[in-house]
Write a protein that binds this ligand. Structure first.
Ligand SMILES: Cc1cc2nc3c(=O)[nH]c(=O)nc-3n(C[C@H](O)[C@H](O)[C@H](O)COP(=O)(O)OP(=O)(O)OC[C@H]3O[C@@H](n4cnc5c(N)ncnc54)[C@H](O)[C@@H]3O)c2cc1C
Length: 145
């Protein structure tokens, strides 16, 4: 079982960006991903999809577009390649589905399909398109929302 100071759930844009920021601050962490890196882009996008935003706008912490087509629009496979490259060196564990996050006196217990994965002072769930990063509501103390 791996223990990490911070557990990030999901290796999409948000999870990988957060991982990059944590690494920049030397925070020990693990990114748990139920599928592969860019799983949403592999499984929930149509083949002909292109980003709405031009390449020059496509930025992540520590990453800016350096290609020769700043006014182009990334294809779905292009987004997957981008995220795969961006994930290089990140502590991503693939095929690990988080099933619950339980607050403890200190930190959280993160349960996964591969058993209890670890706990730390913080746990973050990048949310997907309409959601915002944050702790799962059931982790907040007090009345659940
Ligand atoms: C059709 C469509 C078109 C879009 N076009 C654009 C665009 O043109 N430009 C733009 O900037 N944005 C676009 N978006 C939005 C973009 O997809 C999101 O902003 C971005 O993917 C959000 O990243 P995320 O990391 O929050 O979520 P996701 O990319 O969804 O990543 C979440 C990750 O968490 C993993 N996960 C979820 N639950 C668990 C769990 N319990 N355990 C472990 N892992 C888990 C998932 O497998 C996934 O890999 C589009 C979205 C859609 C749906």
């Amino acid at each position: 079982m791996r223990h990490a100071t911070t557990v990030v759930i999901g290796a999409g844009h948000c999870g990988l960006a957060l991982s990059r920021c944590l690494a920049a601050h030397s925070v020990d962490h693990a990114v748990l991903e139920r599928g592969e890196v860019a799983h949403s882009w592999r499984t929930q996008r149509w083949d002909s999809l292109r980003l709405l935003t031009p390449n020059w706008m496509t930025r992540l912490p520590g990453h800016t577009y350096r290609g020769d087509d700043p006014d182009g629009y990334l294809s779905m496979p292009g987004v997957i390649r981008l995220l795969e490259e961006y994930a290089t060196g990140a502590p991503v564990l693939t095929g690990v589905t988080v099933t619950s996050v339980q607050p403890l006196d200190q930190g959280y217990l993160v349960r996964t399909n591969r058993g209890a994965c670890g706990h730390g002072p913080s746990s973050w769930r990048p949310g997907g398109p309409p959601r915002r990063p944050g702790r799962p509501c059931r982790c907040r103390r007090g009345s659940p929302r």
